[in-house]
Design a protein around this ligand. Structure first.
Ligand SMILES: [Fe+2]
Length: 294
């Protein structure tokens, strides 16, 4: 009888231990998931990183040594990215003292619902660049009846639109070319028209919202393509990487790529804001500072 009672007690203890272990594991799992979610929702989207890159090429003219271009992309204002956050970004960009500032598309997440155009123009006007501010359309700029609205905002903020054309940036009788194409998804991009008068000897930069167009761009004498659109995937898991990127950002996801036997560099920015899901995990928001070296 004594032996059986002990066995029952042991069984009870084992069952209690088992239930405790299950509860413990479940609580740890829930804490981990909610902690990761809180980090991806509240913290990482605010950790804006300045990605600094040195660009060297024999084609960069001597006068453009130390020339600085700041690129920002995909702000998606109105979707978990506020004007206050934009103001902070503007201060950071201005502190770089850029020669040129470029915006590579997707200013407002849903233009048809946006109400703060005047404040936005006021903020964007604070961006300072000695040789000009330029931009290209993204799919969210054309989407939601945004084409004219975004154009008006950028125009009043002193940004020049590059839409299947280019501008010449001059310094001490030397020059580089800055070109831009219309959005690939919802616009009418035309590479042939964009590059028809470009001389292969000129150092040429292309702004294109969607990075995957680079495969076609590499057939033209382009030295540097700057893109966004991918958001770097927004959520990246260890050992797996990104789970999703939009169409035309499936080949080139984030960072630096070399094309055309190394003659063309492509940089894909993870962008500033978020879309669809207000989360960033192992995929910090970023803006680029490119410094040229002769
Ligand atoms: Fe975007």
């Amino acid at each position: 009888m004594k032996l059986i009672a002990l066995k029952d007690g042991e069984k009870l203890m084992t069952r209690r231990k088992f239930i405790k272990t299950i509860f413990g594991t479940l609580l740890t799992f829930i804490s981990l998931v909610s902690g990761t979610y809180a980090y991806a929702y509240y913290i990482e989207p605010r950790l804006i990183h300045n990605n600094r890159q040195l660009i060297s090429s024999k084609k960069i003219p001597k006068s453009f040594d130390k020339f600085k271009i700041v690129q920002f992309s995909d702000t998606h204002l109105g979707f978990h990215f506020s004007l206050e956050q934009l103001e902070t970004l503007i201060k950071k960009i201005n502190s770089e003292h850029p020669d040129v500032i470029v915006f590579t598309g997707d200013l407002i997440d849903k233009p048809q619902n946006y109400q703060s155009e005047k404040k936005l123009i006021h903020s964007l006007n604070k961006l300072r660049a000695t040789s000009g501010k330029y931009w290209v359309y993204g799919n969210h700029d054309h989407g939601g009846y945004g084409t004219k609205m975004i154009h008006d905002i950028m125009d009043q903020a002193n940004f020049t639109l590059l839409k299947n054309n280019y501008t010449t940036i001059e310094k001490d009788d030397e020059r580089i070319i800055l070109a831009g194409i219309d959005d690939v998804m919802l616009g009418k991009p035309n590479l042939k028209q964009t590059f028809k008068n470009i001389q292969p000897d000129d150092y040429t930069i292309l702004l294109a919202h969607e990075p995957d167009i680079a495969s076609e761009v590499s057939e033209y004498p382009v030295d540097l393509q700057l893109s966004g659109h991918s958001h770097g995937g927004q959520v990246r898991l260890p050992f797996i990487g990104h789970l999703y990127t939009p169409p035309y950002a499936e080949k080139y996801i984030q960072g630096k790529y070399k094309l055309n036997d190394g003659k063309m560099n492509l940089f894909v920015s993870a962008g500033i804001g978020t879309t669809r899901l207000p989360l960033r995990l192992f995929c910090q928001p970023e803006y680029y500072t490119f410094t040229f070296m002769h």
